[in-house]
Design a binder for this molecule. Structure first.
Ligand SMILES: Cc1cc2nc3c(=O)[nH]c(=O)nc-3n(C[C@H](O)[C@H](O)[C@H](O)COP(=O)(O)O)c2cc1C
Length: 249
């Protein structure tokens, strides 16, 4: 019998703790490196994610040191120039719609609440476009994380591969937590796929799924005290009623 069937999960509380204590960290310790063998182990754990017919559609690009810094510089420049010249927008398009094209409730309200809570914590007033731009640009400095990860998928793959990818990413984020690290998944990079993909050496057959900052959280940064609320189970779960006893379904 395979040990996967018989191995007890000796400490379920640790699994719960990794899930409950994962959060999107937006300030990292810039100079504390992540050992390569640890990163390798995290990616190995992430790859235990299930995927339809075991297609394993993930492709991961790891950016550290000068390669990381150069990508950050290029995208920060593009982000600034886009602000100056909005007509450049056609050059900066994501490969797929991560967000809805038209926002409706309740998603719009949640999105607004999350944005304003974060800006409130940072003391950024509504309408302070300079500081909002600067805060958004922190994405493209990987929030100072020493490791940037870029994730691609072959364009030929179906929408289901993004589902598989989500499981891979969550595995990675939970494994990181288990080893004391933190992460921030980042769709912000997607608009800059035309810069990111050639920089990382991805082929024309690949599309950018998202990026991720990975490193050691700055314990003193106020931004890291942000805790995004969740709806209660009763708000998103429907217990489908059983038919009355004796009535065929
Ligand atoms: C695929 C994905 C992309 C995201 N992109 C960004 C991003 O670009 N920048 C950012 O600051 N947060 C990003 N987030 C983090 C979300 O804002 C965050 O997950 C949400 O507010 C819930 O907070 P929590 O992760 O701390 O639980 C992203 C999350 C996911 C899953």
């Amino acid at each position: 019998m395979t040990t996967q069937l018989t191995t007890p999960i000796a400490d379920p509380a640790s699994v719960d703790a990794a899930i409950e204590n994962r959060l999107s960290v937006r300030a990292f310790l810039r100079d504390k490196p992540v050992p390569r063998d640890l990163l390798d182990r995290l990616l190995q754990l992430a790859s235990r994610a299930p995927s339809g017919t075991n297609t394993q559609p993930w492709k991961v690009y790891v950016l550290e040191g000068a390669t990381r810094d150069a990508l950050c510089d290029k995208v920060c420049q593009a982000h600034d120039s886009l602000r100056e010249h909005p007509e450049l927008e056609t050059n900066f398009r994501a490969d797929y719609d991560y967000y809805p094209r038209q926002w409706v409730e309740p998603y719009l309200g949640r999105r607004r609440q999350s944005g304003w809570s974060l800006y409130g914590l940072l003391g950024i007033a509504k309408g302070d476009k300079d500081r909002m731009h600067a805060q958004h640009q922190r994405n493209f400095r990987l929030f100072d994380a020493p490791v940037g990860l870029m994730f691609t998928v072959d364009r030929v793959m179906g929408q289901g591969s993004l589902l598989d990818y989500g499981m891979f990413l969550q595995n990675l984020m939970l494994a990181a937590r288990a080893h004391g690290l933190h992460t921030c998944p980042q769709a912000a990079w997607n608009d800059y796929a035309s810069i990111v993909l050639p920089h990382i050496g991805a082929s024309a057959e690949e599309m950018l799924v998202c990026g991720m900052a990975l490193g050691w959280a700055d314990p003193d940064a106020p931004v890291n005290t942000f805790s995004a609320p969740r709806e209660p189970v009763s708000a998103f779960t429907h217990w489908v009623p059983q038919p009355p006893q004796g009535v065929a379904g």
